[in-house]
Design a binder for this molecule. Structure first.
Ligand code: EPU
Length: 420
């Protein structure tokens, strides 16, 4: 397994370009199963989860070609195998995103149930009950969810018990081909949901309200091909902003959407970081002197759980006590013990982490436990004295495109030690 060696401390400076959003690209790729015509996608990030989704679509019968300009052309002329096998689902939970599109397009789907994961239970119960409401017969056997629809899905009113991002996307993708109107209540408002809805509308779907808690869909008989550019990755942008701030650096984060990051930017400003929004760029400047701020993760537009670990790394260097509350996942503090190995002073009490700073960080051997936890270790390592070795960087490769190249471009001393 590859490792990173990061030598700190470093003051990051320069410019970095943000890639397309992984969590948008995943449902957008799944949406391509809804039409027999080709869909052209721009700015799909080259990360491991996307590779897994591509394999899944190919398994379903789609062909995927890469154009010279980097665009991906996904063509699901026929769906021959409406199934997401265990081997693919176990490495990427978002595989359940094909459930809705497969049922809507072919009338059946067989998707392996995701198991546990480093950040919590990750159930998909609402994907299942939602599809049931849309008229699918759902059964579970041998670790698989099996869906069948005798004729065509039919519109319904479905209220999510709690907000789920991929659940909203999955049901939205099913509803676009259902007979009649579907209303999704208590829907997720994440920018990634809006992005998928925009692609679906380009494909001929009739959707209103994406980005609000009520989404209305009028089903259509078929969808056609379309061309779409994925939104920039707000979590990657936020990760670089936090990295700039922890090193007392000055970094221009280019090609991002500051509007998708308002909760983080507000916390950074409270912590004493200068953040200047300039169109699709963010200039992040810090003297290195940080004030502690409390933070609670919430659904969008609240503070993203996917930036919690990175913000915690930053708070280890802030003056005073910062209370970080995780409200979305039950077990998303795996990075705490690793940050502690580097010298951080953090105590976990249930859903809260209490960070006392600033504490001098020193390089250590640490293990990446999930994607965003790894990002927090990479950030902390920039501020730590000496060498930090991060093991299991395959987690970070799932969701960050060329992270070491991008950080080296900002002056980081970082190398990948490839497994023999
Ligand atoms: N939940 C249920 N039942 C369900 C679905 C979800 O109880 O049927 C619970 C979950 O256990 C969790 C909460 O609802 O406590 C929210 O989960 P959600 O369904 O919104 O998460 P997700 O859709 O599986 C997406 C992102 C995650 C991100 C979360 C929250 C993708 C592919 N993944 O996951 O991204 O953390 O939303 O914003 O979009 C990451 O990129 O590192 C990542 C984990």
């Amino acid at each position: 397994m590859d490792k990173f060696r990061i030598t700190g401390p470093t003051r990051l400076s320069g410019e970095v370009a943000i890639s397309g959003a992984k969590n948008s690209a995943l449902p957008v790729l799944a949406a391509c199963l809804l039409t027999p015509e080709p869909v052209v996608l721009h700015r799909i990030p080259r990360v491991r989860d996307i590779g897994t989704m591509r394999r899944l679509l190919q398994h379903n019968g789609a062909t995927i070609t890469e154009r010279e300009d980097g665009a991906l052309v996904v063509h699901a002329a026929e769906v021959t195998q409406p199934e997401a096998p265990y081997d693919l689902v176990k490495t990427m939970r978002a595989s359940s995103l094909v459930l809705g599109p497969l049922v809507a397009r072919t009338g059946r789907a067989r998707v392996s149930l995701p198991g546990g994961c480093a950040i919590g239970a990750r159930p998909i119960g609402m994907h299942v009950t939602g599809l049931e409401q849309l008229g699918a017969r759902m059964e579970q056997s041998h670790g698989y969810i099996e869906a069948t629809v005798p004729d065509r899905l039919r519109g319904c009113v479905y209220t999510f018990d709690r907000i789920t991002v991929t659940g909203t996307e999955d049901l939205l993708m099913a509803a676009v081909l259902a007979d009649g109107e579907t209303v999704l209540e208590n829907a997720a408002r994440e920018p990634e949901v809006v992005d998928v809805a925009e692609l679906l509308i380009r494909m001929g779907a009739r959707i209103e309200g994406a980005g609000s808690s009520t989404i209305r869909v009028r089903g259509v008989g078929r969808l056609h091909g379309a061309e779409h550019t994925i939104i920039p990755d707000r979590i990657e942008a936020g990760t670089f902003a936090a990295a700039a701030a922890i090193t007392g650096g000055e970094v221009r984060v280019n090609g991002c959407e500051p509007e998708h990051l308002t909760a983080l930017l507000s916390k950074l400003r409270h912590a004493g970081v200068t953040v200047i929004e300039e169109g699709k760029s963010l200039l992040v400047k810090s003297s290195g002197k940080l004030a502690s701020v409390d933070m609670e993760t919430q659904e969008h537009p609240g503070f993203a759980t996917d930036l919690q670990a990175q913000f915690m790394a930053l708070m280890t260097q802030a003056e005073g006590i910062s209370i970080i509350t995780e409200r979305i996942f039950e077990n998303r503090f795996m990075h705490v013990l690793e940050l502690a190995r580097m010298g951080a002073n953090i105590r976990v009490e249930g859903q809260r982490a209490i960070v006392a700073g600033p504490r001098r960080l020193t390089g250590a051997e640490v293990i990446a436990s999930d994607l965003r936890a790894s990002a927090s270790l990479v950030i902390a390592a920039q501020a730590a004295d000496g060498d930090t070795i991060i093991d299991r960087v395959y987690h970070i490769d799932r969701g960050y495109e060329k992270i070491e190249e991008k950080l080296r471009g900002l002056g980081a001393r970082m190398e990948r030690i490839e497994a023999k």
